[in-house]
Design a protein around this ligand. Sequence first.
Ligand SMILES: [Cu+2]
Length: 158
Amino acid sequence: MDGVDRGRQRRSGRSKVGAWREFFRPTRRETVAALGAGLVGLPGCLSGPSFPDADVVAGADGENTFEPAALTVAVGNSVTWGFASAGHNVCCRPEDSDDAGLPADAAAFASYGPDESPEGSLVPRGGTYEYTFEVPGTYDYVCVPHESLGMTGTVTVE
Ligand SMILES: [Cu+2]
């Protein structure tokens, strides 16, 4: 129960993602309304899709980054990645990337299926990917197309 409390505190203290959101600064209701009105496609809108419920934003401002790159969550917590630009994925499968790693007793995961191409299976702009961490430890994941450019991240599960 102590772990749940600490997890909540960490989830509410997502400062880097929070700072990114402040640029757009929508309320949840405004975001839903804006998405419904097709804001994503409006010319001149440079902030891209907003992800009120995302823990990690991939490709913000067209950069090859995960923000925040390091995140700590409690066992049983879900992490949601929001994809602010096209061309990215999430891979925590050592068979697909030398930079991917996870606890020995944890299952590998990726935003694409086991039979899909790691390089070619990408989450669309505005899409999300969610994974629930049931095994404690350190998870090093990558965006396969951009791992050589440093698009990597870590989730620590306590
Ligand atoms: Cu990428």
